[in-house]
Design a protein around this ligand. Sequence first.
Ligand SMILES: [Zn+2]
Length: 281
Amino acid sequence: MTTTNPQTTPRRKAINRQAVRARTAKTPPQAPTLASMASQPGVDSCDICEDNMPGYVIGDLNPPDQSWLLGHTAKCNYCRNVLTGFERVDDLLERFGQSNSLPMPPLPPKLFKRSAAYTMIDSPVGPLYVAVSEKGVVDITFGQGLSENLFRETLQARGFKPIQDQKAASFVTRQLNEYFAGHRNDFDVPIDLSGVTPFTKSVLTATAHVPYGQVRSYQDIARTIGQPSATRAVGNSLNRNPIPVIIPCHRIVRSDHSLGGYGGGSDKKQILLKLEGASLL
Ligand SMILES: [Zn+2]
């Protein structure tokens, strides 16, 4: 039977610590690569790609990250479009930097090509901004405490030129009013999900199929889109739903039937579920 000699134990530990230190000195801890971040379960690779585009454009990415970003962009239409916008802006800034005496050139027409007509309605969940493009409903935003200017800025940030036009949006506001009065169970309007990542689009499409008055869990949606481990990414996508109420993200709750989050605040989620007579517990 061996016994530990109390005098040698501390020294052996000290030596081991040194060995560990020497090993870590040779290979310093590395930041995770974009490829490894994008392959984590529950991560939307387009989010990783988009977040790193500014770094790519200013030449700040290391070669493996750069080639991952370019590889993803080559396969993904959504990210290719976003990156084209970034590169165009970068090009403008560069030209501007070269000659400060020249006036700033106008923004390329593509960045503000499409207009969005918007109006505001009252509802049981407070004022709602409703915007439509030439393709369909493009935005519904809870207006409580949000100035019209800020709302216009969110449309501009999505590449739209905002135009106040109650009549243009009336085909949607009529149906919304019927829904809030309890006279309509589903919406029959075209929707425009441009500017939404393919992953989020698949989440929103699955959510749009959840019937009136029923609830599903984040996990149900993750399974429906064939990515059962992506529950968290599903939650993030629903939080960024540009067309709440019509795309009924309020019908997606936690697996234990507790409410879960809601972009507009959970009080509004509760009001909408109650309006539809959905029973949670
Ligand atoms: Zn992408």
